[in-house]
Design a protein around this ligand. Structure first.
Ligand code: S3P
Length: 443
């Protein structure tokens, strides 16, 4: 889908205590993977709790373009009749992945070892993002790639007819690179191996195992090593998508900084490879309880109960960055309300997300009276008793920047505005009514 939605300016005012239950949407990473693995298996995969954000809808459309039968049965309930590993057919049109780095990178991987050709495109944000990190390893399998200057979209990919197995060490911590290689490895005889310095989110590994692939992960002196045996027959599964800890982070942050708040966020994934924000918040002294821990859809989940309270600044170590990579924008907002200074290390990857998130947060926080320092790969936020607000933040087509500043304004002295809230629909379509339902004054 093309996203030529008009910009939607929004304003948020200081709000009373937030109360109630926040039903956050399904996990974005798991939703993309459920559709893609469903499309690559034999039989009907039933998905419940799918995130119906634009990013995931674009992936659903792409899977249909590659030959899978994809149907929406009800709210968050989807059926995918797959074509089997190596069964993708050549799409007729261009595959538009909209705003989604995960979508385009994983789908390129999934088709790179099937002898078909496809052209991928995306919105202005996605077209600026680096793709060579994925296309280079895909070329090792034998795929041929034509990209714009700097390896950017649009990209035409011709899948390998006689793919070779690949052993690859990822140059940056990225679950998207890892997942693209594993998905490509599915249609290759022999073993495909990915080595990462630090473990990144492991949803692909968990779900590949659940669909019947022979995949193992081990920590050796080389690093975190994932080995996949090629050419499995993937069998369709029922996938229950847990709620997204990255989306939960926004109401959680709001409850932490708005005095008197107490909210409940049920069924949130507590996958250890995604848990870094929550570890950090506990170190800051946040009042968060994790109730009813249980397993759902192969992932650990819990109900979060969050209360407002005093917070103190902390130093976030670089090794934790991968497990909270999408949460630094909202952490920088929380840090503005903490006592003392919060330092976020090892965050260079933030510069190549939907926007340069270090720059976008630093400029927006400064516009609202918060002191921020940045380096190439770190950000420091100086907390204050009262955050002045009163500024306008530029969101650069980035949903998480938009939601972060809307949370800031719930607890700042003067209203905060953003130039464009439309991109929020990529990951959290009901963000506005959900926050209003908790008592937030925004719109
Ligand atoms: C994702 C991986 C991360 C994350 C993105 C989702 C995934 O990106 O930022 O929102 O689903 O694999 P990188 O792999 O580029 O770090």
């Amino acid at each position: 889908m093309s996203h030529s939605t008009d910009p939607r300016p929004m304003t948020v005012r200081r709000s009373g205590p937030l109360r109630g239950t926040a039903q956050v949407p399904g996990d974005k990473s798991i939703s993309h993977r459920a559709l893609i693995l469903g499309a690559l298996s034999v039989g009907e995969t039933r998905i419940t709790g799918l995130l119906e954000g634009q990013d995931v809808l674009d992936t659903a459309k792409a899977m249909a373009a590659f030959g899978a039968r994809v149907e929406r049965l009800g709210q968050g309930e989807w059926s995918v009749h797959g074509v089997g590993v190596g069964g993708f057919s050549e799409p007729e049109g261009v595959i538009d992945c909209g705003n989604s780095g995960t979508g385009v990178r994983l789908i390129m991987g999934a088709m790179a070892t099937t002898p078909i050709t496809a052209t991928f495109t995306g919105d202005a944000s996605l077209s600026r993002r680096p793709m060579a990190r994925v296309t280079e390893p895909l070329e090792l399998f034998g795929a041929q790639i034509t990209a714009r200057e700097g390896g950017r979209l649009p990209i035409t990919l011709q899948g390998a007819a006689d793919p070779l197995p690949v052993r690859y060490r990822t140059p940056v911590a990225s679950a998207q690179i890892k997942s693209a290689i594993l998905l490509a490895g599915l249609n290759v005889p022999g073993e495909t191996v990915v080595i990462e310095a630090e473990p990144t989110r492991d949803h692909s590994e968990r779900m590949l195992a659940a669909f019947g692939a022979d995949i193992r992960a081990e920590t050796t002196e080389e690093g975190h090593v994932i080995t996949l045996q090629g050419r499995p027959e993937l069998r369709a599964q029922a996938v229950a998508v847990p709620r997204d800890p990255s989306s939960a982070a926004f109401p959680v942050a709001a409850a932490l900084i708005v005095p008197g708040s107490e909210i409940r966020v049920p069924g949130v994934s507590r996958n250890p490879t995604r848990d870094g924000l929550y570890v950090t918040l506990l170190e800051m002294g946040a009042d968060i309880a994790f109730e009813n821990p249980r397993e759902e859809g192969g992932e650990p989940v819990a109900d979060l109960v969050v209360r407002h309270g005093a917070l103190k600044g902390v130093v976030v170590p670089a090794e934790r960055a991968a497990s909270m990579i999408d949460e630094f924008p909202i952490l920088s907002v929380i840090a503005a309300f903490a006592e003392g200074t919060t330092v976020m290390n090892g965050v260079a990857e933030l510069r190549v997300k939907e926007s340069d998130r270090i720059d976008a947060m630093a400029r927006g926080l400064e516009a609202n009276g918060v002191r921020v320092e940045e380096t190439k790969d770190s950000m420091t936020v100086h907390g204050m008793d009262r955050v002045p607000g009163g500024g306008r933040a530029v969101t650069h087509l980035d949903h998480r920047i938009a939601m972060s500043f809307l949370v800031l304004g719930l607890a700042s002295e003067a209203p905060v505005s953003i130039d464009d809230g439309a991109p929020i629909a990529t990951s959290f379509p009901d963000f506005l009514p959900l926050m209003q339902g908790l008592g937030g004054d925004l719109g």
